[in-house]
Ligand binder design. Structure first.
Ligand code: SF4
Length: 368
C-alpha cells in the first residue's frame, strides 16, 4: 500500500492546509522530473518497507495536484514502483487512484486519460467541491462547474468506471437550496464514490488569514448540522452507502486504500510531506519541503494507539469489535453512550449510528 505525495499546485485554494508548492515557481517540468527522481530514489532506499506493505495492493497518487504533472513523469514513477513490487508494466494494482483537478482533465484531454488508463489507473478522485461558480471562485478553484461536466464526460469516455468526487459543505452563506443543487448535480453524474467535507479553517491557510482580518465568519453549528443532514438524506435516497463519516459509495465501491488507513495497516508514503505507518507503532513522515526533504519518525505511545484505534474505527459504519472497545475504554462510559443511542451494538460489533455521525467527534472524545 503506497501513497505518493505530489507537492505541486498551479494555484492555491483559500481553505487548503495541505503541503504544496507552486509548480511554475519551482521550475515547471524540470521540477516535476526532479520530484520523480527523488521519489524513485526514496523508493529504492525503502524497498523492504514497500514490500512488507504490499499485502494491501493499492497505489494512491495524491497531493497537491497530481494532474499538473506531465504524463511521462507519472509514467516513469509508476513504472519504477511496479518494478520494485515485481509487477510488470502491464500489471496494475487492485486499486490505483490518482487525484485530479477538473480543469487539468479538460485541458489535457483524451490522450492524458488514455495514458493514465495505460499505466493502470483504475480510480480517479476529482476535486469538485461545488457546482456553484460563485463559490468556486471564492474558494480560488481554477475550474468552473461546466469544466466538471466536461471532465466527467472525458473520464467516462476514456473507460474509467470508478470515479470519486469531493464536495465541501458548511460554507458560511451557503444556502440549503444551493447545497441541494450541488448534491443534485453531483448525483446526476453518478460517481461511484463521494467524499463530502465540512469547510474548516486550517492553520496557515488563506482562509485563516481572512478570518483573522474579519473577512469571513465560520458557518454556525446549526447550519453545518442541517446541511450534513441534507447530505445524508440526499445520498441515501440516491442509493449511496454512508460507510464513513465523510464518505459515501455505490455498492462495491468503498475506497480500498483509505479503508485500509482506517484499519491501521502498514503503508509507505513517498515524496515530500508524505506519512508512513508500519501497522503498529512506528510512524514516519517526510518534511514539507522541496527539493530537499528529510524523514523523521516516532514510536507511538500506548495512549496514541488507543486514541487512533478508537477514532479511526468509530468514524466508519463498521465500527469495531465490542470487546475491543471495552478493552480500550471505560465500560461505564460505553454503556451510558449505548443507553443514549450514541453507540449501537450489532452482534459482536459496536458503531456510531448514522444519525449521530455529525457529533461523532464529541462521542469519541467522551470515550477517550
Ligand atoms: S485544495 Fe488541492 S488544488 Fe487546492 S491548493 Fe490544496 S492541494 Fe492544491
Amino acid at each position: 500500500m503506497i501513497y505518493v505525495h505530489v507537492p505541486f499546485c498551479k494555484s492555491f485554494c483559500i481553505y487548503c492546509g495541505f503541503y504544496s508548492e507552486n509548480l511554475s515557481r519551482c521550475g515547471g517540468e524540470r521540477a516535476a522530473e526532479e520530484w520523480s527522481r527523488l521519489v524513485r530514489e526514496e523508493a529504492s532506499l525503502r524497498k523492504e518497507e514497500i514490500l512488507s506493505s504490499a499485502e494491501v495492493d493499492t497505489l494512491y497518487i495524491g497531493g497537491g495536484t497530481p494532474s499538473v504533472l506531465p504524463l511521462s513523469v507519472i509514467e516513469d514513477t509508476v513504472s519504477f514502483l511496479k518494478a520494485i513490487l515485481g509487477k510488470k508494466d502491464e500489471d496494475s494494482f487492485e486499486e490505483f487512484t490518482i487525484e485530479v483537478n477538473p480543469d487539468d482533465i479538460v485541458k489535457n484531454g483524451k490522450a492524458y486519460l488514455d495514458g493514465l488508463c495505460r499505466i493502470g489507473v483504475n480510480r480517479i478522485s476529482m476535486g469538485v467541491q461545488s457546482f456553484d461558480d460563485n463559490i468556486l471562485h471564492w474558494m480560488g478553484r481554477r475550474h468552473s462547474s461546466d469544466d466538471v461536466l466536461k471532465a466527467v464526460d472525458l473520464i467516462r469516455d476514456a473507460g474509467f468506471q470508478n470515479l470519486s468526487i469531493d464536495l465541501i459543505s458548511g460554507i458560511s452563506g451557503l444556502s440549503d437550496d444551493v447545497w441541494e443543487e450541488t448534491l443534485s448535480k453531483a448525483v446526476s453524474l453518478s460517481p461511484e464514490h463521494i467524499s463530502a467535507y465540512q469547510l474548516s479553517v486550517e492553520e496557515g491557510s488563506a482562509l485563516d488569514d481572512l478570518v483573522s482580518r474579519g473577512g469571513y465568519v465560520e458557518a454556525d453549528e446549526t447550519q453545518c448540522e442541517r446541511q450534513y443532514g441534507i447530505l445524508c438524506r440526499y445520498l441515501s435516497e440516491a442509493g449511496y452507502d454512508h460507510y464513513e463519516v465523510s464518505n459515501f459509495c455505490k455498492q462495491g465501491f468503498r475506497a480500498v486504500h483509505n479503508s485500509a488507513y482506517w484499519k491501521r495497516v502498514p503503508y509507505v508514503g513517498l515524496g515530500p510531506g508524505a506519512h508512513s505507518l508500519d501497522g503498529e507503532r512506528l510512524r514516519k513522515w517526510n518534511s514539507e519541503s522541496f527539493p530537499e526533504y528529510s524523514s523523521s519518525s516516532e514510536i507511538l505511545s500506548e495512549e496514541d494507539l488507543r486514541v487512533e484505534t478508537i477514532m479511526l474505527s468509530l468514524r466508519t459504519s463498521d465500527g469495531m469489535p465490542f470487546e475491543k472497545l471495552l478493552s480500550l475504554s471505560e465500560e461505564g462510559k460505553v454503556r451510558s453512550l449505548m443507553d443514549e443511542g450514541a453507540l449501537v451494538k450489532d452482534g459482536g460489533r459496536i458503531r456510531i449510528p448514522e444519525k449521530c455521525f455529525f457529533t461523532s467527534d464529541s462521542i469519541i472524545r467522551d470515550l477517550l
